[in-house]
Design a protein around this ligand. Sequence first.
Ligand code: PLP
Length: 360
Amino acid sequence: MSGQYVPSAETIVDLDALRHNVALLAERAQVPVMAVVKADGYGHGAEPIAKAALEAGAAWLGTTSAAEAVNLRNAGIEAPILAWLHPPGADLSVAAKAGVDLGVSNLDELRAAEGAAVHLKVDTGMNRNGCSPEEWPELVRAAKGYNVRAIWSHLASADEPGNPSVDRQVERFEWAYEVALAEGLRPMRHISNSAATLTRPDLAYDLVRLGIAMYGLNPVPQHEDLRPVMTFRSSVVSAKRTRAGEGVSYGHTWVAQQDTTLALVPVGYADGVPRGLSGKLEVFVAGHRRPVVGRVSMDQIVVDCGDDKVSVGDEVILFGPGDRGEPTAREWADNLGTIDYEIVTNMYRPRVRRRYLGTR
Ligand SMILES: *Cc1c(COP(=O)(O)O)cnc(C)c1O
């Protein structure tokens, strides 16, 4: 044991689950799949996720920044990669030399993307990045000497099936394509994210960009056979009997109503357990769901185990796929008024070890 480092908590990233999801979604899409691994693979680790997604049939990778894309190249990944958001004045030549395709929303970016294959992005109604319809004809004309691989856009409300904004955006997208054709370009097209891939197969065009669903989290209300990829676990470091009337943690916001066993777990808000979940959190320990009581601290939470037998070293699951009855990232998100994207993406934490299952 000497010198062995034991992490206080880990995220377990199940690459077999990821491969299952990618294969299922690729089958559904019927067109090539771009695995979106921005933000360190939504908190799962960009490089291992990228490699596993490619093994499972993804053809492309997507990142936000060119730097993220170049990191993947440096890790030996040769698949096509698209990077689409560039700080003003960014030197994109390193990415271009590394064969990274660049998303381009305006003339400055087009000039900076010299030497790279470009994907011209049209803003069809998200009103975030992308070229406005007013400026689109000029951008397309200016791009004529470039290697224009695609035109693309992003949907604002694909996760609400039937939302009329989707068709409005598609109409503008079709118009943008006509403009490109009229200028002699023959680009690919892509607009679908996970939600659109699941609910609007007619919008797959030449490529779908998959993020959240690939990580096993379902963005739409309908049932899908997706397997959540991330489990967040820790273990009991102490278990002690406490008397009725005793308060727990800062401010004693919780007071024991009867004698009970309190288990201490060495994770807190520094490790990705939101303090905003104080009083609303349950964990899975010794075969049961049990409430976390009192405030979430920086490094510790306390679990009320009642009269259950709990021992030092018992596994504590904070969230996971949910098949054993443990909480899920979605449950945390619902309790916090956010989305599960934010929960898993927040799990890149220096004190939390990542461990991969299904590595090849
Ligand atoms: C993040 C992102 C995606 C993936 O979205 P999901 O909802 O996670 O599938 C696709 N395209 C763009 C431009 C993105 O920024």
